[in-house]
Design a protein around this ligand. Sequence first.
Ligand code: LLP
Length: 427
Amino acid sequence: MHHFAYRRGASNQNVLHAEGVDLVELSGTVGTPFYCYSTATLERHYRVFAEAFTGVPATLVCYSVKANSNLGVLATLARAGAGMDVVSEGELRRALAVNVPPEKIVFSGVGKTKDEMAFALDAGIFAFNVESEPELRALSEVAAAKRRSARIAFRVNPDIDAKTHHKIATGKAENKFGVPFADALPLYRLASELPGIEASGVHMHIGSQITDLAPFRNAFALLKELVGSLRANGFTIDFVNLGGGLGIPYRHDEPEPPLPSDYAKLVRESVGDLGLRLLFEPGRMIAGNAGILVSRVLYVKRGADKTFTIIDAAMNDLMRPTLYEAHHEILPVVEPMPGTQALVTDVAGPVCETGDYLALARKLPELRPGDLIAVMTAGAYGAVLASEYNSRLLVPEVLVAGDRFAVTRPRPSYEDMLAAERLPGWL
Ligand code: LLP
């Protein structure tokens, strides 16, 4: 569910709108390519997820900032009541900048530095998700030196196949994430002996874009078993963090993934009776369908074997198709007239790489130079993964709310790009 739909536009044709904003007009104002986010969709997704746990006391939904860290997006979610899951000091600073209460922030990641730990302790975050013994020892040193206590949850790796793309599975023994299930008990024992550590939670995150509840079911069963054995060994465990990972629909021709309400039912059945505070870290589920990438067709190129539609957005703006063979629906911004011919085409960008494409062999209504297209479901892991590769300017981001829009990250100028670097004195 999202708020991008065709409506009668100023040109008297049906034009894709972001809520009340005409995307042809917006493209004229902002220039292409650009990301466009819908406030109503962000708010709705947050609400649907949070409300699925109505009646479960003290649930904390920590939006996973890595999915989309645009300040406008974060401020929208903070205002809706979201906590945040951060993985770096940069993300933590973003969350604090939009006034997320520190007691609603958790800090994940396998490589937190001592400086980042110190910053997070001073900020007063709720908890650290600790991923190894050396990290535990480092955190203990930092916290003890500050005479503070760091609340932690060990991230436990359950060795479960999340049945998702191999580059976004995190809960298998071969992945770098978490501590092995078998090591958990000795680690909680060690944590109880170290200064500055309060190990009162358990964390699990088995992967992303998970479209089948079975891996979650298996992971939550292991989590329950672990909480039971920790408690039986005298440890006080009062919260579990179930991570993120719930998949979203990317294709219109595939069955819908489980709904947040299905997921919530499973959570209640699995761990609802343990008297635990429940934390979640959804990212994609909140931001994915709340964003699109708008681009303009530059050329239609007939190759020997194929037709290539060359657009002004490229792999550096949206990496997902190249990195994960991800499918994103592509819609013409102006709805084609009935009877418009369909064509099978690769949709590729200007970057000098064979892997630079946003779609391969895609059936689309015939497009012409100057036409606008919208790459759908690009709100999560889109702009955050963008780079300046080929010295292309970073793609701007626009937030829409009803009939209003704001450029929340302007397109830099070429002067900005060059000014970011320094020539060495000897040249
Ligand atoms: N919590 C932790 C510890 C994570 O590592 C992640 C995602 C999340 C929560 C949020 O997961 P979500 O609800 O969004 O699935 N760039 C990839 C996805 C990488 C996911 C990384 N971790 C993609 O575009 O598919």
